[in-house]
Design a protein around this ligand. Structure first.
Ligand code: SAH
Length: 215
């Protein structure tokens, strides 16, 4: 669990690269600068950990590309102390970015193996984000409503349960679509309950699947 000056230097370069690609929210950039991403990869190949690319994390899943993590985090407009529900815990990296930004994070993972591994790993790193095993399409009724909801897998449809669990005034960010490429949609639930959708361009995610995996 070492984080050397070399890692820190590579991270700073990664952050500069993401900033050059258009990310402006300094809270996002500073969170990425703090988190030792190399510890979230199965094999700690330095050259991959701090490249702006997705990387396999086992169980057929990937840790999202840092730019994508930054883009979704910026769209969420995180404020200190707000409650965020993340669907698709994966490696836990995105959850940590949101936590570093001051959010209280609740994250759901459908793959039992990943869930078990990531839950233990986040605890070891000292993060407080709460990880749950289940189908994210159902949300987390017990802890609802949420100020923000983030889906980190390609969603062919947006479950009504998630819209219901979003607070009035809240924001949900979802890569929407069932093809290879999805549209990043920001959904705002106005105080009146009215739903407004904005399209922020194309991204590519692994699919959001229904129900829990049988593993
Ligand atoms: N946010 C992650 C990357 C997520 S990859 C990170 O920072 O590393 C997408 C994840 O969504 C995978 O781990 C996959 O198992 C999970 N997933 C897919 N369908 C799901 C569902 N219905 N509910 C919860 N998680 C789901």
């Amino acid at each position: 669990m070492v984080d050397t000056y070399k890692h820190k230097g590579m991270r700073q370069k990664l952050v500069n690269g993401i900033r050059n690609k258009g990310i402006k929210d300094e809270r996002v950039l500073s969170a990425i600068n703090k988190i030792p991403r190399h510890l979230f990869l199965d094999s700690s190949f330095l050259q991959f950990a701090y490249e702006d690319k997705p990387f396999p994390i086992g169980s057929g899943q990937t840790i999202s590309q840092p730019y994508t993590v930054a883009f979704q985090s910026e769209l969420l407009d995180i404020k200190k102390g707000i409650k965020v529900l993340e669907i698709g815990t994966g490696s836990g990296y995105q959850a940590c970015v949101l936590e570093e930004m001051g959010a209280k994070v609740f994250s759901i993972e459908r793959q039992k193996k990943l869930f078990t591994k990531t839950k233990a790993f986040l605890k070891k790193l000292g993060y407080q984000s709460k990880v749950f095993y289940g189908d994210g399409n159902k949300g987390l009724a017990t802890f609802a409503p949420f100020d923000r909801i983030l889906i980190t897998a390609a969603a062919p449809e947006i479950a009504d349960a998630l819209i219901e669990q979003l607070k009035p005034g809240g924001i949900m960010v979802v890569p929407y679509g069932d093809g290879k490429v999805q549209s990043m949609i920001k959904i705002t639930k106005k105080e009146s309950g009215e739903i407004v959708k904005e399209d922020y361009g194309h991204f590519s995610f692994v699919p959001l699947l229904k129900d829990k995996a049988n593993d």
